[in-house]
Write a protein that binds this ligand. Structure first.
Ligand SMILES: [Zn+2]
Length: 322
């Protein structure tokens, strides 16, 4: 066990996982911080965020709740420049060469440079071969007091039982939509509610952000926004005509997306932020009244879609209105 640490942890920026937080805080309060943690969860579930918080909490020299984020140790750790927070990985390979693990094991016995502890982060512990793990096991069994190991993996089952038995296991859970949606709105402003809800289905903040950042508008949507912004009647007609043969199940989500986007452009006219450059153009070139009329036309078209009106007729009516 690591020496005394009579503090509890604070978790700003790390959402959900209440049981895990209580457990970790309890470990700190009861002076039972472990030498080795196995943090597991899928890509984007917060493994790195938690590992950084934990490392900072272990190095922190401030009083009260840890990490304090103000002491020199915390600052270095959060800026990625702490000499005693060491990442062990080889990004060019699918596994970590056993030679690198041997060097790490030797390094463990050199005292920390300036921190209270020397913390080794394995950002992809799943890349540790059985030989790597057996080599590592020797130091995991009897580490120096100051040494801490943070193993990150998508699934704890990817490590040998002998290694797992040395670790305090921390498994990250998906978040409730009620926790995820406000965080998403804050981290990726200017998207439609439909987009936030779609992205939030994954349950993990990192994944949801990645989904939103990758989401490009579909070609039809891009053409629609461009034609609408430029008052390009011919462009609008071409876009809608090319959709006349679509099935209703295809057309409805497109109409919903368009009305959500235009609603967003409308809010943007009253100062709300927009991330999509096409929406900025709509905001700048069309009046609030025009955008509102277009949203109403699209919503009317959605009701027709739900009432089984033919897609050709819907697209034709929209072409007239827009
Ligand atoms: Zn601190």
């Amino acid at each position: 066990m690591v020496e005394k640490c009579e503090q509890s942890m604070e978790f700003t920026g790390f959402l959900g996982n209440e049981q895990l937080k209580t457990r970790l805080s309890g470990m700190f309060r009861r002076e039972k911080a472990s030498h080795c943690y196995l943090i597991s969860g899928p890509e984007g579930s917060g493994k790195h965020t938690l590992a950084t918080l934990l490392a900072a909490a272990l190095q922190c020299t401030g009083g009260g709740e840890v990490p304090c984020r103000r002491c020199p140790q915390c600052r270095k750790l959060f800026s990625g420049s702490h000499p005693d927070f060491i990442s062990v990985d080889d990004e060019t390979r699918k596994t970590i060469p056993v030679e690198q693990i041997r060097k790490t094991c030797a390094d463990v016995f050199i005292r920390p440079n300036e921190g209270r502890r020397k913390i080794y982060l394995f950002p992809h512990a799943e890349k540790l071969t059985p030989a790597d793990q057996n080599t590592l096991l020797k130091v995991l069994e009897e580490p120096p007091d100051y040494a801490v190991f943070l193993l990150l993996a998508p699934n704890p089952g990817l490590l040998l039982p002998t290694v797992r038995s040395r670790c305090a296991e921390l498994h990250l859970s998906p978040l409730q939509e009620s926790a995820l949606l406000p965080a998403l709105r804050q981290r990726c402003p200017g998207r439609s509610e439909a987009e936030y809800r779609c992205a939030a289905v994954s349950g993990y903040l990192g994944q949801a952000i990645a989904i939103l950042e990758q989401a490009e508008p579909s070609p039809k949507t891009a053409a629609f926004l461009e034609a609408f912004a430029a008052r390009d009647t011919l462009g609008m007609l071409e876009t809608l005509t090319s959709m006349e043969k679509w099935k209703r199940e295809q057309l409805l989500p497109a109409l919903q997306e368009w009305s959500a986007l235009l609603t967003e452009a409308l809010s943007a006219r009253y100062g709300a932020p927009v991330s999509n450059p096409a929406l900025q153009t709509v905001r700048d070139r069309r009046t609030a009244r025009e955008i509102l009329e277009a949203v109403e036309a699209l919503r009317q078209a959605e009701t027709w879609c739900n009432a089984n009106v033919g897609t050709g007729a819907i697209c034709g009516a929209l072409a007239v209105k827009l």
